[in-house]
Design a protein around this ligand. Sequence first.
Ligand code: NAD
Length: 500
Amino acid sequence: MLDRPTSQSAWQARARSLVVEGRAFVDGAYADATSGRTFERVSPVDGRVIAAVADCEAADVDRAVAAARRAFEAGVWRDLPPVARKTVMLRFAALIRDNLDELALLETLDTGKVIGNSLAVDVPFCADCVQYYAELADKLFDEVAPVGPKDLAILRREPLGVVAAIVPWNYPLIITAWKIAPALVAGNSVVLKPAEQSPLSAILLGRLALEAGIPAGVFNVVPGFGTKAGKPLALHPGVDMVTFTGSTEVGKLMLRYAADSNMKRVSLECGGKSPHVVLPDADLDAAASGIAWGIFYNQGETCHAGSRVLVHRSVHKALVEKIIAVQREQIPLGDPLDPAAGMGALIEDTHMERVLGYVEIGRAEGATVACGGARARTETGGYYVEATILDDARGDMRVAQEEIFGPVLVVIPFDTEAEAIRLANQSIYGLAAAMWTRDMAAAHRCSAAIKAGTVWINCFDKSSLATPFGGFKQSGFGRDRSPHAVEKYTDIKTIWTAYR
Ligand code: NAD
């Protein structure tokens, strides 16, 4: 095994020698798209092409779904004793850990996220998630319903069959693991459609799953550009469920596709515009740290990024100064291959332009640019935007309503707690929120009133595989993580026996 690079130049050298697999993974083997077509994957780090990726479309989706169905009906996975599925999944988690450097490098080159985070967070969290659900495999009990002394009604949880996982580009490994691990542990077959901007780590997972002992056909990966693979997959009559993470706009399409095809189950994790509420008695240093990390980590390309700060007018200016200081000292923008970098590149040029466009929209709407606001590191050929704060905003501005999905924080001052709650809920989204205050009565009063899937109090983005994650309102429904996540990959069958 190669030593782990420890410097920017060593990671750059490793990147140059990396051999990247771009083919689909179907029925236990790598395969070109049926058409033979590929699309270029351009790295946001420097604008260079890093891979030719199989451009799968309907014919490839048909092959993958057929393989998944065959494997499911043959029972090669679902009929294994749970403890055997556990052993295989534990091996899968171990192989992910064994391939830490390669997976982390692929993730960084594909998405522009900094290598330090890929190594310390993305790959380990993916492995941890696979392990968490592996360990659950032989701890899931069915139920017996209370129907009386002469009958036995068993409520049996059964796998659905073929699950399509359609995932976004911002945390490819983590979100993929949140979907595939509980789906597989429940006994389903899976067809994974990674985002066209970040297919490379998913493609490697295909080989690792097979190596771990997941039988051919049980786990398939079909990359495809735009909607070419995703749409036929979501419309496919042979798919029993779509588990989706992505934008609210495309999430709504998933509901339509389900209705237009076979009424497949749909689970949606969609967009967010998460608010921080900072009351006047808050520990401002802690709040500034939580807020800066909550928006600038992963360049703000996080669904639950704390992208709106609602702050009491009395502490407004002091808080903004502290947030700027935390970003400058602790989360510097740099080369994603530099272990010292805190923020990296945005996913693609069009997204960078979109984010910069929002800065202009904010200015035109009357917000003040307190820091950043411009493209950075242009000479690299990559897609970088400075950490940006749009201050003195109002709740009804577009920049306060729409998901920017970049390193842009919108700050809105308020005068009363009631106003803060109204502003927090003035959104179509309801993914997450945070309260910053020393007054626990106020913290709990407000967290009860805020419509969000997670409310953090005096912290931000604390997470555990034991806690469900997902949204209220148009942030979606269905939860990833925790034992609850397995339920949605199963149906309940009632088996009623009369034995008098
Ligand atoms: P997106 O909705 O554009 O794409 C998500 C996935 O759907 C990709 O694989 C894409 O190729 C596919 N897709 C796009 N159009 C499709 C169609 N018509 N039919 C079938 N598949 C289609 O989202 P994105 O830009 O990749 O990711 C960013 C979005 O994801 C943001 O809105 C973010 O908030 C959201 N997100 C949500 C969560 C969460 O847990 N709630 C987590 C991460 C990201």
